[in-house]
Ligand binder design. Structure first.
Ligand code: PHE
Ligand code: ZN
Ligand code: ZN
Ligand code: ZN
Length: 295
């Protein structure tokens, strides 16, 4: 695809360079190679002495929106929150990353619409995760201290149906991974709910670190207990993991991670089903009590 951030002009060998051609008409702010031009056209346009250039507009600023849905419980001062990012990278449709988490969370929200829970349930579909966790960071930054204090916990769902999956749970035990940010007390009680569920249904799981790469980051920085599910992105499955979960050792957990091939075919439906059930199970568990997390 195009790389609009990069400036470049066609030169005679068909490659591009970053410097504008001296004397080219008008300012060359951002240029890209001619896309779709035949080699002959490109060679002609790039011939020595040519003043041809391609101008593309600079990066735009756009407004984007988080989608937040809330089901009030009997107690509106104790909010159980779960989120999934709704955006994808520009390179592809983002079905595993993160249609999977978004769809699973939507299904949970729909199924709970007629519930009369003890606690308040809040669902978030984040904007701009791929631009640097923009939506979730903006959301947390916009909360008053009182609003932050009402959030009992946050659960994150980003890539929950990877085609070469393993089941992973964000790990609250800082001795396992050197967490870049302290993981708030209470987070291990969320991790326990996921792990007890996987154990009960006979699915293996392993811990994964809070690497700062998804929307839980603003919540843990704000001291809100957090965890979540993940089935793997660009990392390579080991032979040991292949023995446990099947799939293909030596391949990425998601071979189409951030690529155009992250389409509807790029989801393991067993992983998505297991995790969709677990996302609902965890929400339902905390809908009635968050005592294990907040004491
Ligand atoms: N947040 C990453 C993305 O959307 C995926 C990811 C999640 C990577 C969790 C590592 C850990 O591309
Ligand atoms: Zn992504
Ligand atoms: Zn993602
Ligand atoms: Zn664990």
């Amino acid at each position: 695809g195009n790389t609009p951030e990069r400036s470049g002009l066609i030169v005679a060998d068909g490659t591009s360079v970053d410097e504008p051609i001296p004397g080219a008409p008008g300012p060359v702010t951002h240029g890209i190679p001619v896309v779709g031009a035949s080699f002959a056209d490109g060679a002609l346009l790039a011939r020595a002495g040519s003043t041809a250039y391609v101008q593309v507009l600079p990066a735009e600023t756009r407004t984007d929106y988080n989608v937040i849905a809330e089901l009030p419980g009997k107690n509106t001062d104790n909010v159980v929150m779960a989120g999934a990012h709704l955006d994808s990278v520009v390179e592809g449709p983002g079905i595993n990353d993160n249609g999977s988490g978004s769809a699973a969370l939507l299904e949970t929200a729909l199924m709970m619409a007629n519930l009369n829970p003890e606690n308040t349930l809040r669902f978030a579909w984040w904007a701009g995760e791929e631009q640097g966790l923009v939506g979730s960071a903006d959301y947390v930054a916009g909360l008053s201290e009182a609003e932050r204090d009402r959030i009992a916990l946050y659960m994150n769902y980003d890539m929950v149906g990877s085609p070469n999956y393993i089941f992973m749970v964000y790990d609250a035990d800082e001795s396992t991974f050197e967490a870049p940010v302290p993981v708030p007390a209470g987070s291990e009680a969320i991790e326990d709910v996921y792990e007890a569920y996987y154990t009960k249904i006979g699915e293996p799981y392993e811990d994964t670190e809070f690497s700062g790469r998804s929307d839980y980051e603003a919540f843990i920085l704000a001291g809100i207990p957090s965890s979540g599910l993940f089935t793997g992105a660009e990392e390579i499955k080991t032979p040991e993991q292949e023995r446990i979960w099947g799939g293909e050792a030596g391949e990425q957990f998601d071979p189409c991670y951030h690529e155009a091939c992250d389409t509807l075919g790029n989801v393991d439906l067993h992983a998505l089903e297991v995790n969709s059930d677990l996302i609902a199970f965890a929400m339902l568990t905390f809908a009635y009590s968050t005592d294990s997390v907040n004491g």
